[in-house]
Design a protein around this ligand. Sequence first.
Ligand code: NAD
Ligand code: TDX
Length: 328
Amino acid sequence: MGFSILVTGGAGFIGSNFVRLLVKQDDVEHIRILDKLTYAGSLDNLEDILDDNKIEFVRGDIAIADDVRNAMSDMDWVVNFAAESHVDRSLADASQFMRTNIEGVRTILEVARDLKPQKILHISTDEVYGPVLSGSVDESAILKPSSPYSASKAAADMLCNAYLVSFDVPIIIARSANNYGPYQYPEKLIPRFVALAMQNKNLPLYGDGKYVRDWLYVEDNCRALLLLLRKGEIGEIYNIGASELHENIEITETLLNILDKPIELLSHTGDRPGHDRRYCVDWSKIEKLGWKPQAKFFKKFEETILWYREKVEWWNKKADEAEKFYGR
Ligand code: NAD
Ligand code: TDX
């Protein structure tokens, strides 16, 4: 008998890529996806795999106990990707972030007390540490989130620890760096800028553009998460990074170059409030479990840009919707 896995948020960017990896695992028998299908989630993201008979899709909300209870019953493992994930939206209105990212996680933990799955992998972020101006931070660093989004993610991490300590809920936390790859909603830097560039519209680079992110290819992240399900230790936190630190301006210039678009499309705009200057996690703990990133950054970055160039029908409506949020 193989494993059964509940994947919450499996119709989003990372969740859908993770399900794509799961279906290929011989020892995974049943994948149940629970997703609310917010603006960021879409069955389009599962277009090539939704018919696979290992996959069951259920529309529902992680902040509704009955939805979670029905979805978690008979599941060996749970992976929680479901979240409001966009920093700019959290700065405009944080209410949904508190509901999904905190209350939703509390609901999952409460149901898990009762249904007792073997393992719950909760997906957190490197943003909980706040800016890391030099060097890198390991999993014991204090949490100093800067945005309502990262504060809600940090609060969820704290709740996970409380349910682990008080009720033995078998939690593992993963804190990943910025992911890039196919099926990312075009509100995030890379897909947003491809969509705008292809329409010959200005690319709004916040502030001086010298903000640094560690760019982790989504398939590398998903392999790390699967390894944590198999070999991660209950109660532990694992950073996942790629040590591919690049400034936004470099990302933008390279992207325009790949698309053969003029550099004049780059336009410096006002800054994001509380904009974290740099993130950088020390990922040696998961490396000791036998993982390291395989992607060569510039190769995978180019492949990603070309994927979006070909997939206009996937992003065109989503990009219009995303720009409405920005009032453009
Ligand atoms: P995403 O916004 O693309 O997807 C989120 C998914 O969750 C969507 O399918 C959405 O419909 C679903 N969802 C939202 N609220 C829900 C609710 N109440 N109930 C059920 N489903 C709900 O996000 P993503 O970029 O794939 O991120 C996935 C997870 O990884 C998030 O927890 C995020 O904080 C974390 N993370 C993301 C990155 C990144 O670079 N994208 C990096 C580190 C951590
Ligand atoms: O239009 C833009 N212009 C711009 O300069 C956008 C959308 C972003 N940026 C900058 C802000 C950041 O420095 O690019 C960088 C990346 O921005 P986002 O794509 O919004 O990602 P970030 O804020 O770094 O957060 C992402 O990584 C960590 C995910 O959205 C989070 O869910 C994850 O936790």
